[in-house]
Design a protein around this ligand. Sequence first.
Ligand code: RFL
Ligand code: PHB
Length: 389
Amino acid sequence: MRTKVAIIGSGPAGLLLGRLLENAGIETVILERRSQEYVLGRIRAGVLEQGTVELLDRAGVGEKMHAEGLVHDGVEFCFDGDRHRFNFRELVGRTVTVYGQTEVTRDLMQARDRSGAMSVYEAENVSLHDFEGDKPKVRYVKDGVGQELDCDFIAGCDGYHGVARASVPENSLRTFERVYPFGWLGILVDKPPVADELIYAHHERGFALCSMRSPTRSRYYVQVPASDKVETWSDERFWDELRRRVDAETADNLVTGPSIEKSIAPLRSFVAEPLRFGRLFLAGDAAHIVPPTGAKGLNLAASDVGVLAEALIEFYAERSKAGIDGYSARVLSRIWKAERFSWWMTSILHTFPDTDAFGRRIQRAEFEHLRSSTIAARALAENYTGLPI
Ligand code: RFL
Ligand code: PHB
């Protein structure tokens, strides 16, 4: 079998890259380890930057997002019960859209199904070969039968635990990492959200986030120690803890109910460099991880593949290697800025086991600066709504 671009992974990065390339007449095959249902069952990101919305529009999959997504002009911070709203539209003239990763993934999968492009789900033992030369190939097993896919390029869009980054010789890759001593316990509930916009709450008991998926479906998170097990968190315990970390008005207005999903996500910052090895590219979570505090993971995945698609389209149209040669440096510049923002948001909003009284005063001073200085607030708004590529 032969294709132009073999894409490993059917998450948002792989699916969006596939869509952008197929729209330009470049044939792709997506190989995904899991089933389609499994991929759609993962509850993850909720906030899309304006640039991500524009890219999904360009890919021709924006219709449902515009019909059902919630455009938010700002977010609120709640620091030890004191609330402050950041109005992004006023500060930087930009907004974000609340539309779940599950929906983005479903829209992209449906568009791919309609186009007839090939996706292989439950592809086992995917392995990458000869990407340092001109004729890379990918081997995999489907229904017990070994397969080989010849291609021009391989896009590693297979997430943090994928095979693509692991296939790169260790001495060709430099990695940078920070692991945080806590995770986010998240629940999804079919009840209306407590507020019109997201509330990021700092409290000495730990961080909390009030988010949403729709006018009738809410998503809430509380910071928990990295060692906590989800089984020890009954719904009641979760709601009690959330109420203690937000202001009194929010606590009173919470509409609680049985959780329909509950899971703990560890927090990590990670970057690999470079992101191109001959004819193999890394994009999305395969290349970098951010803690979810800045809502950047899915958005970075989208901007990576936006740049990669442009580079590959240029290669096929003009036989120019300029775009693919520049891919790694171009995306890493934006990735590091998003890493910095996500690390900073995490640092000011969470309670760290080793934070002393001095550290707590510094966190408070960050909040006071943000709420009293339009310049500081504009920097927050510029980063949250998305830096240009
Ligand atoms: P994904 O989504 O992990 O998809 C990778 C796919 O590759 C498959 N795969 C393989 N396929 C073939 N062979 C192999 N050997 C393979 N190994 C793996 C996997 O099965 C999977 O289907 O990566 P991608 O596409 O790069 O997308 C990245 C995003 O999923 C991620 O960055 C975001 O979810 C992060 N994130 C958030 N991002 C935001 O922009 N805004 C948010 O509000 C936000 N909130 C979050 C988040 C992530 C969270 N968790 C659970 C990590 C909230 C949470 C709780
Ligand atoms: C979410 O709704 O899942 C969400 C929102 C904002 C974040 C992280 C996660 O920063």
